[in-house]
Design a binder for this molecule. Sequence first.
Ligand code: ADP
Ligand code: MG
Length: 330
Amino acid sequence: MVDGEFELIDRHFRALGAPRTDVVLGVGDDGAILRPPPAHDLIAVSDTLVEGVHFPVGSAPRSIGHRSLAVNLSDVAAMGATPAWALLSLTLPARDDRWLADFARGFATLASRHEVALVGGDTTRGPLAIGVQVLGFVPQGRGLRRTGGRPGDQIYVSGTPGDAAAGLEIVRDVSSARDATTRDATTRDATTCEFLRARFEYPTPRLTLGAALRDVASACIDVSDGLAGDVGKLAAASGCGARLDVERLRPSAALSRYASPERLRAWMLAGGDDYELVFTVSAANRSRFEQAAREFEWQQIGELVVEPGVTLCEHGRRIDLSAASFDHFG
Ligand code: ADP
Ligand code: MG
């Protein structure tokens, strides 16, 4: 506890998020008392955002508040679980009430949308960093894992990966000089930029999709570090490899207006921060999957294979991971 911390917590972080009857005791005591529902497994996730590492220095505080919770909710979604309670460990260089109010608003809006209650945390002084833990539930024994995929299972991704990487570039306002050659012949109007920017600053955790996949997907992971890499993690955890059919990747309309085909392909495959779900479905579950996921946006992008590692194919022909499009990532 630092000087004035109690008043700071009271002003910005008490009763934040959704009121829940399973919070027996929330912010204010040494610990929270929480009442998990019977016949459920508890799911626990944690993720930290550090200024200058996970978001650019000087980012909008409302976006930082949103993202610090969203990245955790995305992990909860990847487990097929429903979030309930959050803890917030805040390291602040100095007290700034306007910054805190905007940060709390970003956090609270997303928390309320998913009925998450903030039940405790910690506040310390130091370089700006936000650690969040979320607890949630899943019906006993039904949590999704990375490990259940088998060769032959089809690989899917929700939404349109790649947008957030473009959004981050826009946020950083990279000088147009550097990329002038690759950005030619693309329209970068304000609406396009706003859309892509929001995809980085205000990602949507795919919680309803994750829950719908519970008895349908063989494995699931969320895309935080880039599609190809995270597909590779799922495949490795499942004891197999993956083939990605890159011609299947459908960019968002905004991304195809914003970037050349080559750059957007690199972003779709290797850009981070999308917080979409990658999941696999066996042939036996395919029609159940299509039924369960009909109201969601997803694309089929490849297949789990026996040979370890991630192979990129274009119209059935193998292409090199270190192909030209990846040079953007140095
Ligand atoms: P302790 O001294 O027991 O570690 P603190 O004084 O750090 O407790 O915190 C007092 C109460 O405020 C606790 O209930 C704690 O969970 C809560 N709290 C502290 N910081 C935050 C925060 N950033 N967001 C939400 N709750 C917080
Ligand atoms: Mg204490």
